[in-house]
Design a protein around this ligand. Structure first.
Ligand SMILES: [Zn+2]
Length: 213
């Protein structure tokens, strides 16, 4: 008889850590973690280097889900929750995320959270002309004290998962997680009546009908 391994929802576990980071670190007091979704993405290759995580904003830079480009209206798909629309998706590349030391795993999550605009409006924080201001290294150096402060805290939820060896987790558990294709802007019809569609699109029913790729 085969052993039934328990199930571990890996993105839920990491989402718990993200919510805890937002709750403990004053730098993230503006973030409502209930309006973030953590998703798993498959890394194309393992090993050092490459991307560990990325954040996808669900608003255009003007803070709305709509944009006109060459006379054509586009909308970003919205994910309604009882706490408001999801504003950001954080994709964690697995298993690469776990190939880093614990401090770098925490830094990876803090790095993505720091990209969230201080207004928490579904846009990305502006750091000069480039996403990381001067350089990724200087961006991360600024965040290292946050990593230290966080790891010095007691009772970090899901710390055992956060600190675990991925292969070991996979041995002990059936790993499941949230996987979601990166949302892409969809074209809106441009006939008369578009204005009504836009206002209707702010209701949960209409939003739910926007296709998720
Ligand atoms: Zn970044």
């Amino acid at each position: 008889m085969r052993d039934q391994k328990p199930t571990l929802h890996i993105t839920d576990a990491l989402e718990t850590v993200v919510a805890d980071l937002c709750g403990r670190l004053p730098a993230f007091a503006h973030i409502d973690p209930r309006r973030l979704l953590l998703c798993a993405a498959r890394a194309r290759r393992d090993g050092a280097g490459g991307t560990y995580a990325r954040i996808i904003p669900l608003r255009f830079p003007d803070g709305t889900p709509f944009r006109t480009h060459n006379g054509q209206r586009y909308a970003l798909p919205q994910i309604p929750t009882e706490h408001g629309d999801v504003l950001y998706l954080i994709y964690v590349y697995l298993p690469r995320f776990f190939a880093q030391p614990l401090e770098r795993r925490v830094l990876t999550l803090i790095h993505e959270l720091y990209h969230i605009a201080p207004a928490f409006d579904g846009t990305i924080r502006k750091c000069g002309a480039r996403a990381h201001g001067g350089s990724r290294a200087s961006f991360n150096a600024r965040l290292e004290p946050l990593v230290e402060a966080y790891l010095a805290g007691d009772n970090i939820p899901a710390r055992d998962i956060l600190a675990a060896d991925f292969a070991d987790l996979a041995r002990r558990y059936t790993l499941i997680g949230r996987a979601l294709a990166v949302p892409k802007a969809v074209r809106l019809p441009s006939e008369p009546g578009t204005a009504e569609l836009h206002s209707a699109a702010t209701g949960p029913t209409r939003r739910a009908r926007l296709p998720m790729p």
